[in-house]
Design a protein around this ligand. Sequence first.
Ligand code: A3P
Length: 330
Amino acid sequence: NHPMVFPNRVRFPKTRKRLPQTLIIGVRKCGTRALLEMLYLHPRIQKAGGEVHFFDRDENYLKGLEWYRKKMPHSFQGQITIEKSPSYFVSPEVPERVRAMNASIKLLLIVREPVTRAISDYTQLRSHAATAPLPLANSPHPQQQAYHLSTQSKFLGVQLENGDANDLSNNGHTSTGVGNTQTTSSAFPSASKSFEELAIFPNGTVNESYRPLIISMYHLHLHRWLEVFPREQLLVVNGDQLIEDPVSQLRRIENFLGIEHRINNMHFYFNETKGFYCLRYDSGDRCLRETKGRKHPHIDPLVVSKLRKFFAEHNQKFYELVGQDLGWPE
Ligand code: A3P
């Protein structure tokens, strides 16, 4: 029951490519990659390798749904395919386009305390991460992928027959995306400026048009999604808790997606050097790459507290929209 593996081309029996039934729509720097890789521990989950950017880039969207489907991994019947492109969250045209594909799609939105998120965003822009390769397991070796499908098929009770593996195609786990790195060149002229200089004007007021701050005003973006999708179709994942206690957040997601509780503490071990949990797959242990979990620069505490006060009102609006108080410090 082993798939036929050819260099860079695998097709596993009884699988086919399906459009995603779940999307991680954002928010960038809140743990979108960690979330996807953690969900991939579940035998019912398949993930698109890179960020496909189907809904937010016209040049992709115009290629149509068949193009998008081909970017998806092979999956067994009963599995859920997930794609994540964090820029979906902030792109105005995206919610309606997603609805046109599948009005009952499930949406995952991972958020973090907004000031920490903005600092993480700044750290990424400053580190010239645009040139960094894809983080962890985006494009596993075909053999590794086949192994994963093989263990999943056992869980799902899919009977495989020898000789099934003759229709060869790529399994969709190709590294076509750019992570959720931001490739805007405009990010770099400001690279030498400190976060404090970028976020606060010399007169002491908050620079409300600084993009890392705008992205952290979650309600501005989320309200567009909730005009198109009912609240029940969206789950807000707490990204700060995903760092501290991944299993509790994953459990909420398993409930939301209607899948068995399968991910547990055995799937994680804390890596002291990295300072984050790493993941234990059937095929081996893996940590996210060094672009995930960067050391942040020291930020003037007065600036942090000024920004936290500034965000209080925005956070309140977000809590009201989602009907949930995330308890972020003011
Ligand atoms: P920092 O690098 O600022 O710490 P995204 O994938 O959306 O870009 O999010 C990156 C963030 O994921 C990281 O931000 C990190 O805090 C968070 N994260 C959550 N769980 C993680 C894990 N197990 N390993 C590494 N990073 C993790």
